[in-house]
Write a protein that binds this ligand. Structure first.
Ligand code: PRX
Length: 581
């Protein structure tokens, strides 16, 4: 695969005449995090709050009437200046404080992309609370698991999503604030319900941010691993240092830019680079609601003259699938910097983007746990299509063997990051043991990815070392889907893997053993798919189901997904000596 990717050693030379980061090598040599810290107000005052640095600071400057947020979907367009964002987030913060919520309490959002979501997350943070964004496609089990694990005390949602919130089963959930509700469920002794509009309208428009330290909690993103339920990846305000500087150097944000990321704040790209990085840099941040549609997307770029665009391989592949003719209908000439994240960016997509958008697509590698970019293609450096570029200044990447020894160039190994870095996660909520698993090699964080460095210092992603699935850019844990499947009365056992797919990167495939009395059928497959969709979320649905008489297992009864994967791909299954039969 490596050979194939690197065939011809093609490179795309830098074209941006004036990038914010001009000399990568120089920056790597001389960079000090403290130089970045000096740019924040808290460096001088000792008073820390992300919402202040991202919004209020600009609202109190000459940027106050600059448009901070442009929200668009098929029905509406809403624009807020930094001064308006300051006021809206102040009202949310004041309202939450008036409910008695206190520093460190977890407050979740369960909303589609909308002005209320962006204002909500920053309002929560402004009040010194920890924001927990939930993706709008989550169904009841997914919502319940996350609210339960985090002990969330309050939730901001809307009338449409409220039926998926099992508030009666959530002992800690005291306050539910609902956007756009006609009527609300009756408040009981435990949970009280509020109309968002009323609560915010009566809140004062001035609110001094709750001042924190850099190590106080800011955001909790749930993300999947191989085993167990999703883990709460906990980030603190200190993350802003790295989010700010990568916004400047990697997104290359400038004063006059209109920046658009297609990522939803239910996932880390949608917060780190959909909220924090753009606004820390004082940029105009465009948000498009609604679903993927090539025409809607291109017309957004045309109409709003988007200059910096951050999306994902799946989306680029779908745009490619929609054809060049669709792209040609629109004026995309405003674009000057295009980036991608979340899964491997295929060289053919890079070539296509270069031909059709006349843009180099800059791949970026990082994770929920890293909080911000780690390894990227910089505007000032050549791009090798298929490579995820070089580490950001101030961060060191190592390729380590399974004993934790560093490997030489051109050798695949575990992609690790030297600890610490400013936006590193500070805990796995309620699970110190899981947190420690990431740091088994002293001085290193283990990403779970396998990668390789070439002789020019470029990194190449080769795959996951574990069973984590990436489908359409979503990170999905096989265990969560297996657990859901076995809740169905027909299912005795299930093993779930990612199967390579040209458009989605991977699709989810489930191998299912049925209970006695159930027969394999197409209807049953459909029923199981629907069952996962209703229980978890649309993106967790196995698109393929195969019935089997039994599954490969270890003697201790653990399903061996690596053998399932080998079956699927027609590859040798490797060492089977530890298996049951
Ligand atoms: O396997 C890597 C893949 O996505 C994982 C992290 O997923 P998540 O926490 O959901 O964060 C996604 C957005 C930051 C990584 O362990 N991944 C992410 N970016 C890339 C990638 N794989 C290949 N190339 C990338 N650029």
């Amino acid at each position: 695969m490596v050979q194939e990717l690197r065939q011809g050693e093609e490179i795309l030379l830098p074209e941006n005449p004036n990038p914010n980061l001009k000399d990568y090598e120089e920056a790597r040599r001389t960079f000090k995090w403290e130089d970045v810290e000096k740019e924040f107000t808290w460096y001088h005052t000792g008073k820390v709050n992300m919402a202040y640095e991202a919004i209020d600071r600009h609202a109190e400057s000459w940027r106050k009437n600059k448009v901070a947020l442009i929200y668009v979907d098929r029905e509406r367009e809403v624009k807020y200046t930094f001064a308006e964002m300051k006021e809206h987030t102040a009202r949310v913060a004041a309202a939450l404080t008036s409910l008695g919520l206190e520093k460190g309490d977890r407050v979740f959002t369960f909303l589609p992309r909308s002005p209320e979501l962006y204002v909500g997350i920053l309002g929560i943070i402004k009040a010194g609370l920890v924001a927990g964004p939930l993706f709008e496609a989550f169904m009841e089990t997914a919502v319940k698991d996350r609210l339960m694990d985090s002990g969330a005390k309050a939730l901001i949602t809307n009338a449409e999503l409220l039926p998926r919130v099992p508030y009666r089963d959530l002992p800690d959930l005291e306050h539910v604030i609902v956007v756009g509700a006609k009527d609300l469920p009756p408040s009981d002794g435990k949970t009280k319900f509020y109309h968002y509009e009323e609560l915010v309208a009566k809140a004062p428009r001035d609110f001094e941010p709750v001042w924190l330290t850099r190590e106080d909690g800011m955001i909790l993103h749930y993300s999947s691993g191989t085993t167990g339920k999703p883990k709460g990846i906990y980030h603190v305000h200190n993350a802003m240092i790295q989010q700010y500087i990568t916004g400047k150097w990697v997104l290359d944000l400038k004063e006059e830019d209109v920046y658009w990321t297609t990522a939803d704040p239910g996932w880390v790209t949608g917060t780190s680079y959909g909220i924090f990085a753009p606004w820390l840099n004082g940029a105009t941040n465009l948000v498009r609601g609604g679903r993927f549609s090539p025409d809607d997307w291109y017309s957004t770029i045309e109409k709003y003259r988007v200059t910096v665009w951050y999306s994902a391989p799946t989306a680029f592949r779908m745009l490619m699938g929609a054809g060049e003719e669709v792209a040609k209908k629109y004026d995309l000439s405003s674009l000057r910097h295009v980036l991608s994240v979340g899964e491997p960016l295929n060289p053919e997509v890079v070539r296509w983007g270069y031909r059709v958008y006349k843009q180099r697509i800059h791949d970026t590698w990082w994770m929920t746990e890293t909080g911000a970019h780690i390894c990227v293609n910089f505007a000032c450096l050549p791009i090798k299509p298929g490579s995820m570029g070089k580490p950001i200044p101030g961060v060191e990447i190592g390729i380590l063997d399974d004993e934790g020894n560093e490997l030489p160039p051109n050798t695949p190994g575990n992609l690790c990051i030297k600890t610490p870095w400013p936006s590193m996660f500070r805990k796995v909520w309620n699970n110190e043991a899981k947190y420690q698993e990431y740091f088994r090699f002293p001085g290193w964080y283990i990403s779970g990815d396998v990668a390789m460095k070439d002789e020019d210092g470029y990194y190449w992603f080769l795959g996951r070392a574990d069973d984590v699935i990436k489908t359409s850019g979503y990170r999905v844990g096989p265990f969560e889907i297996e657990s859901k499947l076995v809740e169905h009365p027909a299912v005795m056992e299930a093993g779930v893997i990612g199967k390579p797919d040209p458009e989605r990167g991977e699709i989810i495939k489930a191998f299912v053993v049925l209970r006695e009395g159930y027969q394999p059928s197409e209807e049953l497959k459909k029923e199981l798919m629907e069952f996962v969709k209703k229980g978890l979320s649309a993106h967790a649905v196995p698109r393929e189901i195969e019935f089997r008489d039994k599954l490969p297992k270890t003697r201790s009864g653990k399903i061996v997904r690596r053998v399932l994967k080998a079956w699927e791909l027609g590859l040798p299954a490797g060492d089977l000596s530890t298996l049951e039969d």
